[in-house]
Design a protein around this ligand. Structure first.
Ligand code: SAM
Length: 423
């Protein structure tokens, strides 16, 4: 948490560094739960910590602030016996070499226990604290979804279910479902995701039969729509412009074994390493390129692509339930900066698309500034582009694309716009 709050690291990166040395997987799971949960409720917990402390902690004691928040999270949201939570929190301060904080944490957490109802009532007067969203984000969601923002907020605060994608090149969904059942794992195959499987309860990947052999991947059913919407044909050259860690790259190759060539590009080499691992596990091949998608002059060979997937970098406001650290990391000012980046990528990649080709623009954002507004602006200056609205279940149809809101049919929030190139 200190890494997230203080250094702007993502929760995923921070957990990778911290949980690796934990030998017992149960400890790693608890560490994950404590960090994820605290991040999910941080705007509320942080308001509470301010109400509880007479003088705020100094920046160099961010670790103690994080401990206090984790302690409060356990007391409010988990069934861990309170005395155990308080004891562990206080003990952690000792282990961090800050014995002075022992009395403080002990006193503050016990004070919360005594007055929890009144304190929570007080902080909950602020919608930002009550709904556990930063003020700017709450406002952005209200503006974007005047009649639906409350459902979006509720979905953001819920735990995300675990979904799988069956590698149809290797096994049929029905057969994999039977294999899961034989392993005592409850699951179903929803009608709206051809390769998708929803698990009743999350399972560690090591517990998934055939995972290491590439029979399945972990992927939300909203993200699974991309490959089918792009619909690559035999002989196509396909560009996956923002590909890492390769979730959609793998699916494209799984659904169309006769793709002539797939270029999997990303500007982040470390993330591309994960893409290579994923493709290797799935026994699939792509041409992996580390480059800036917005600068084709540096990497394009001049031969057009029949299909382009632009899964653009975005605010991630559709996947907050999976990445609650977004609440701590994102700022209002990020949105115009991301929109400018998205514009540049769209503009740069469009000339690479062959006549009659399809470009699929995707984000995991629920904000129009990154979705409908980007495509509308693009269309205004490109006569050769025509939107083909995808037919997808459980979406809000816009003028030029479709929005899946988080929680709809259990899925993540996603936006898709499919652009066809006139000859
Ligand atoms: C939404 S993620 C892609 C997820 C991926 N398509 C999947 O399904 O697994 C966006 C990706 O864009 C990459 N990216 C950001 N700016 C880029 C650029 N200028 N050129 C290429 N990739 C970029 C990021 O490194 C990140 O991996």
């Amino acid at each position: 948490l200190t890494r997230i709050i203080g250094r702007g690291n993502s929760l995923g990166d921070a957990l990778e560094k911290v949980s690796m040395p934990m030998r017992d997987p149960r400890d790693a799971a608890l560490a994950r739960e404590l960090c994820q949960g605290t991040a999910r409720w941080y705007p509320r917990i942080e308001a509470l910590s301010r109400a509880l402390l007479r003088t705020p902690l100094r920046h160099k004691d961010l670790d103690i602030h994080a401990l206090l928040c984790i302690g409060l999270y356990q007391l409010i949201y988990l069934r861990i016996p309170p005395h155990a939570s308080i004891h562990a929190t206080v003990q952690a301060a000792r282990e961090l070499g800050k014995p002075w904080a022992v009395r403080l944490l002990n006193g503050v957490l016990r004070s919360f226990q005594r007055r929890s109802e009144t304190l929570l009532e007080g902080v909950d007067r602020s919608p930002s604290a009550r709904l556990a969203h930063p003020e700017w984000l709450l406002q952005a969601l209200r503006d974007a979804w005047p009649t639906r923002w409350q459902a979006v907020v509720a979905a953001n605060n819920a735990r995300a279910p675990m979904s799988l994608r069956v590698n149809r090149r290797r096994i049929e969904r029905g057969e994999y479902l039977r294999t899961l059942q034989a392993h005592g794992i409850d699951a179903e195959g929803p009608s709206w995701a051809e390769d998708g499987i929803l698990l009743k309860r999350p399972v560690g990947i090591e517990g998934l039969p055939g995972f290491a052999e590439g029979l399945v991947s972990v992927q939300d059913c909203a993200a699974q729509l991309a490959a089918g919407l792009l619909d690559p044909q035999p002989g196509d050259r396909v560009l996956d412009a923002c590909a890492a860690p390769g979730g959609k790259t793998g699916h494209l190759l799984e659904i169309q074994p006769e793709i002539r060539q797939l270029w999997a590009m990303d500007s982040d080499e470390a993330r591309l390493e994960r893409l290579r691992d994923n493709l290797h596990r799935l026994r699939l091949e792509a041409r992996v390129i580390c480059a800036d998608a917005a600068e084709p002059a540096t990497w394009w060979d001049g031969t057009p692509f029949e299909r382009i997937l632009l899964d653009a970098p975005c605010s991630g406001t559709g996947v907050i339930r999976r990445h609650p650290d977004i609440k701590l990391l994102r700022r209002a000012t990020d949105i115009p900066a991301l929109a400018a980046r998205q514009d540049r990528m769209l503009q740069a990649l469009w000339p690479l698309l062959a006549p009659h080709g399809t470009l699929l623009y995707a984000t995991c954002s629920v904000l129009s500034e990154e979705n409908e507004m980007r495509i509308a602006k693009f269309l205004a200056s490109h006569d050769d582009a025509a939107p083909h609205l995808p037919e997808v279940e459980g979406v809000v149809a816009g003028k030029v694309g479709v929005q899946i809101l988080p929680g709809s049919l259990g899925r993540d929030g996603f936006y898709y716009s499919r652009l066809y190139k006139r000859a």
